[in-house]
Design a protein around this ligand. Sequence first.
Ligand code: ACO
Length: 323
Amino acid sequence: MSFYIAGTGSALPEKSVGNDDLAAFLDTSDEWIYTRTGIRRRRVLTHEKLNDLAILSARRALEDAGVAGERVDLILCATMRGDTVTPSLACVVAEAVGSHAPAFDVNAACVGVLYCMEIVDSFFAAGKAETALIVSAEAMSKLLNWEDRSTCVLFGDGAGALVLKKGAGRLAGVLSTDPDSHVIRMPHIEGMNSPYNQSEPQPLCMHMDGGEVYKFAVNAMGRNIAEVCRRAGIAPAEVDWYLPHQANIRIIDASLRKFKIRKEKVLTNIAEYGNMSATSVSVLLDEFARRGTFRRGDKLLFVAFGAGLTSGAVLAEWNKGAE
Ligand code: ACO
């Protein structure tokens, strides 16, 4: 027995910024961004706090699952950075939903939710929890250099959540790291007030070698899909729905091409939201779950890659409502 997905939720900033809006202050165009990435728009934080979106998405997932906050045994937040270094975002969510369960953040960049699912699987297997809340929240707009057209056009902000309950659902999972500190890098602001600090302050923003990330991503997504299906003992064609990390539509197409998957099985929302890092797969799941896309027993395959370089895949049957 492992977990099944019992509820989902999401919360996005109000402001939607189109490619043409970016072209007003950057040397770029809708044509360049859309043909290279599949992105038309992204949501961007203005007056909202990331913590508040995380809490709202958590409340929606708990309500969807019919679970009270105090009944949750474990809270994990997939994020690169909440509004505060401490308390962790997971503790902020725990306070808001009235939980005293263990709560901690997981930073695995865009693969964070998949890492959290596998941690939940281990807690459940060890008998340490039976109901878990996974929240993902990313404020990408606050981590970017808005003068760098090669990165700032790619990302968006948002939060998503899922409630996992002990039961039949997860079929297999695979996680890995291809350690690399250079192709995607985002330094902290460090020690500015320390009288002992001797290191040069670095600007807080993302540096990315897009071409290298692209090559890694296509390879890692394909490798993880093949491996998770092998572990579950099914063929990639038997998967009902693919939920890939929404970084670039060309990466999604290229990594799935060799499996000859029918296009309508591959779910995307990148055109509307861009790359929301860890939050991409959870918002994607919530949107399609609420549209009634999934039927009991459908096989869902989550696959992602991210900074680190992290990657992974989780295969789970849709058994929402199973008690
Ligand atoms: N508008 C117009 N021109 C641009 C823009 C822009 N927004 N950005 C870059 N360019 C220019 C560059 O300056 C370069 O010009 P040059 O050839 O004159 O030097 C040219 O466009 C680059 O074009 P390509 O190399 O053909 O671009 P490519 O097709 O490789 O697409 C992209 C670039 C979209 C970044 C692609 O490499 C990619 O998607 N990589 C993966 C990125 C990714 O997935 N990141 C997520 C990481 S996970 C995480 O961060 C948490």
